[in-house]
Design a protein around this ligand. Sequence first.
Ligand SMILES: [Zn+2]
Length: 372
Amino acid sequence: MKERVYISPAKYVQGRDAIKKIGQHLEGIGETAVVIADETVWKIAGDDVVSYLEEKNIHTKNVVFNGEASPAEMDRIADIAKEAQASIVIGVGGGKTLDTAKAVADEVQGYTVIVPTTASTDAPTSALSVVYSDEGVFESYRFYSKNPDLVLLDSKIIAGAPPRFLASGIADALATFVEVRSVVNNSGNTMAGGQTTLAAQAIAEKCEETLFDYALLAYQSNERQVVTPALENVIEANTLLSGLGFESGGLGAAHAIHNGFTALEGDIHHLTHGEKVAFGTLVQLTMEQHPQDEIEQYMALYSSLDLPITLEDIKLKDASREDILKVAEAATAEGETIHQAFSVTADEVADAIIATDQYAKSFKGMLQLDES
Ligand SMILES: [Zn+2]
């Protein structure tokens, strides 16, 4: 029997200066916390988190994240957490830091606190981590028995981050509705280990609607580093709506194609998760035979947010058919989420990647004609 399954974090808090209350949220939960952030984020938010915790007599063990969500890094920090006898694990920063914090919290069975400093992916709310090799190649998804206990976002910190991160999160969140719809149509399974609920479908729809209404306004707020209602809406869409939507609604082809791209060498590794997902979403739409108008709506929104739409934009201008086939083969590997969306071969995915590139080039040509 196929069951409907819906999972979510216990508490989600978002707002201007929300970080100042982190100690309040954790009062009575534990005496020692491991705080994980990379070198840059320590200065932006990590030190503040520690001082707000100290105010409530929560002591911390501070760890500098080395940059890759790899098994070796997860083990290294878990050992530190065990030695410190920490009952709270706090990840501060971007997707890979947060994914590592979840793994550490799982190892020590700690209270999991996720403090994203960008709205660049929908990873924060989920009960899973994406695991990469030390070289940054996608390895696997690691699933946990529970979602984070607290996800806390300070909108002021997010407004101060480079707009490229917000745009990447928008791209990641724009994949959600497209992927959920395909999983529902195919009666596929979700990342929560069951079938999609009506709740997750409604959330995915709201996510899509919010982004088409507010993404560009939010991006402009972010350019001037100010917090506006549009930015708040998009932070919520990128983080909460997309996070709940993808996990309990399902991942499809866009993320499988993203994972495929990580198998290639070269400059593509300088792209963010969301930038690769943007292209993957267009490829999924191409495989699903949507009319031109619909595909162009996505291309137009991506372009207005300076997101990539062609192979050249994702640093693969000179990719051979062989390279593209390598991506397609990785995207259709056994166990990949693409199989939850539809049945497709590597050869068909490779053709769709090339067709997407050609549509996007032609779309860019039309945009230039409009401007002149
Ligand atoms: Zn994603």
